[in-house]
Design a protein. Structure first.
Length: 137
């Protein structure tokens, strides 16, 4: 969400009956959200209502789900996603919210499942798929 969108949403809320603009919370600085069970849901830094810098999201049981970086409200740089058991699932790169650069996806056992390159959110070139080896006894 960019700054223009935040301003438009603020104006709409004020126009729709919120006469006191101070009731609108635009996050700025470090912000945390929690699940109803008290466990942390997400933590991120905000600047002028937009995510800025490192962020983390968690499963309801408290295990890390996603971590990555935002720049001016857009996902930017390397992101990592995890299975609920804590094993690395996906390592990807983003530029202005779109997949850009390498992507690697893993299985829950930690073995590599696929890898490839993205450009502006679209697959580019050859994607390698890895199949699990089966040992016959």
């Amino acid at each position: 969400m960019n700054k223009t969108m935040v301003l438009v949403m603020t104006a709409v809320l004020i126009f729709c009956g919120l006469s006191d603009a101070s009731t609108i919370m635009i996050p700025d600085g470090f912000h945390q959200e929690y699940y109803s069970n008290g466990n942390i849901k997400s933590e991120a830094n905000y600047k002028d209502g937009l995510r800025e810098g490192w962020f983390k999201e968690y499963y309801e049981d408290g295990k890390l789900k996603v971590e990555g970086n935002y720049q001016q409200g857009f996902r930017d740089g390397e992101s990592k996603e995890y299975f609920q058991n804590g094993t690395l699932w996906i390592v990807s790169n983003h530029k202005e919210n779109e997949l850009f650069g390498s992507l690697r996806e893993y299985r829950e056992d930690g073995s590599l499942k696929k890898e490839g390159i993205y450009n502006k959110g679209k697959p580019e070139g050859v994607f390698k798929m890895y199949y699990p080896t089966t040992m016959l006894s």
